[in-house]
Design a protein around this ligand. Structure first.
Ligand code: HEM
Length: 248
């Protein structure tokens, strides 16, 4: 029998490569730039896992596998909380220290994150305004194109209900649809978790560059970001509550 290639902790995780990828641009190197890079890189790694989990989720929704979809949503929601919480590491970066290396970032901005845009598009952010703004920066990244070619999560969930002959109202009113209700609520939890990321990020931005400073990506900064907090992926899930339980 052939001996398998020797796999150890550093080779399996490609640590030499991974740990060589943090390259501060400031000269002399600013002591806080490493943290700044790592929080962004770690977030991008989690975005990668999230997109992978969304692929699983979409397959499960299409296969009407509610139980597995629920399990995947639990993981997705945990990861969104985690990636939001991670931002707090940068709350320890005082504004005057960030200013000392901000100039070295050039025009790089989180708004150029293709994975973040792909997560938004997968989730359901497709309004024409938003898409037009995205296209201003050139062709859409392949990950975003791919996400746009698929139905939104809300559309997938509504299609699943239709194929099971259940209305969204019945999910909320008929106790026999417990699993579907949990799935609907997990989507709402995702919506809230994502909005929490947006809120914590805008607070971080205000804390570090103030409410009136434009971003390196050319937006109005915190003012632009604050507007994104109210964006919704699942308008139907919010509307059904108003229809069934709201006043008037
Ligand atoms: C010192 C900390 C940070 C500052 C000052 C900051 C600042 C900004 C600003 C001003 C924008 C608006 C776009 C622009 O004009 O540049 C933005 C967008 C963005 N940032 Fe950050 N950011 C910080 C940390 C992070 C971290 C850790 C991430 C994690 C990946 C991140 C991800 C993003 C994303 C995805 C957007 C686009 C959001 C949207 O358009 O809805 N940012 N950031």
């Amino acid at each position: 029998m052939n001996t398998p290639r020797e796999i150890s902790y550093p080779t399996y995780l490609e640590l030499d490569t991974l740990l060589g990828l943090q390259r501060p641009q400031s000269t002399p190197v600013h002591p806080d730039e490493l943290l700044f890079i790592v929080v962004h890189q770690a977030s991008e790694l989690w975005f990668k896992v999230l997109l992978h989990e969304f692929d699983q989720l979409i397959g499960q929704l299409e296969a009407l596998d509610v139980q597995q979809a629920l399990t995947t949503m639990q993981r997705i929601n945990t990861l969104v909380e985690l990636v939001a919480h991670e931002l707090s590491a940068l709350d320890t970066l005082p504004p005057q220290r960030f200013l000392q290396f901000r100039g070295y970032l050039g025009s790089s901005s989180g708004s150029q994150s293709a994975q973040f845009r792909a997560i938004e598009a997968t989730s359901g952010l497709r309004d024409p305004h938003f898409m037009a703004a995205l296209k201003e920066h050139g062709a859409l990244p392949p990950a975003v194109e791919r996400a746009l070619a698929r139905p939104t999560l809300q559309a997938l969930f509504l299609a699943l209900l239709e194929r099971q002959g259940v209305t969204l109202e019945a999910v909320y009113q008929d106790p026999t649809h417990g699993m579907l209700l949990m799935l609907a609520e997990s989507f709402l939890a995702y919506e809230q978790g994502f909005a929490r990321w947006r809120f914590l990020h805008v607070q971080l931005v205000e804390r570090i560059i103030g409410p009136d400073t434009g971003g390196t990506g050319g937006t109005l900064g915190a003012k632009y970001l604050a507007k994104t907090v109210s964006q919704r992926f699942f308008p139907e899930l919010w509307a059904v509550r108003a229809r069934l339980y709201g006043r008037g």
